[in-house]
Design a binder for this molecule. Structure first.
Ligand code: SAH
Length: 214
């Protein structure tokens, strides 16, 4: 595994961050995490240039690494603070998980595709982004590690899974794209065991959150 980060990739990343600022990302901690993380190591090495365009990109198994703007927006909405325990649904390439680790969070991430789970677990270990990777179904969350300060869902959810509502701390935030073809980026705050407030933050497109494993 090459850990190559060159002048060129650093330069491309700087330009990407400028682009994200222009698109309205304001959090300096989120922007500096994106500037630090070599996104090209999370996709196939023959597509280096694509890693720093603001687009999603295929990562195998019919899945994609989310567009940088989407990662930046979801992370900003999550208002991450160091030491927070965060659950991610949809590990995929591991890039979003690495951004959360870079921000100082304790990250737990679930992936339902076994090959992606195995590949990404190894990659994150090699890159020393110490997220805890789990192979399983995001609809069930991780009851043994709950409650979480924050939950981030990175696939399009048809509804908010009940288990995830339960596994969020009171006062905690869940960022979840909800809908079928196009998703609304919804931010829920847990007010009590049974009450949530919800804010909507625009339209996004994600690969679907699927119920049963392949
Ligand atoms: N956060 C990822 C985005 C990957 S795309 C990244 O930074 O690259 C969304 C991922 O969610 C896919 O890998 C898909 O396999 C996974 N996924 C879909 N339904 C799921 C479920 N029910 N549980 C866990 N993961 C799921």
């Amino acid at each position: 595994m090459q850990h190559l980060d060159t002048y060129k990739t650093k330069g491309l990343r700087k330009a990407l961050v400028e682009g994200l600022k222009n698109k309205g990302i304001a959090s300096t901690s989120v922007l500096s995490s994106i500037e630090k993380i070599p996104r090209h190591l999370f996709i196939d090495s023959s597509f280096l240039e694509f890693a720093y365009q603001d687009r999603p990109f295929p990562i195998g198994e019919g899945q994609t690494i989310s567009q940088p703007f989407t990662v930046a927006k979801q992370t900003e909405l999550l208002q991450v603070k160091p030491k927070e325990k965060i659950l991610e649904i949809g590990t995929g390439s591991g890039y979003q998980a690495s951004v959360l680790v870079e921000l100082g969070a304790k990250v737990f991430t679930i992936e339902r595709h076994r090959n992606l789970f195995l590949k990404t677990k190894e990659l994150l270990k090699n890159l020393k982004y110490n997220a805890k990777c789990f192979y399983g179904d995001g609809y069930a969350g991780l009851p043994n590690f709950a409650p979480f300060d924050k939950i981030i869902v990175t696939c399009g959810a048809p509804f908010v899974p009940e288990a995830l509502k339960e596994q969020l701390k009171i006062g905690g935030i869940m960022v979840i794209p909800e809908g079928e073809d196009v998703q609304k980026m919804n931010v829920y705050t847990k007010l009590s065991d049974t009450e949530f407030s919800c804010e909507e933050h625009g339209d996004f497109r994600f690969v679907p959150m699927l119920e049963s494993r392949k």
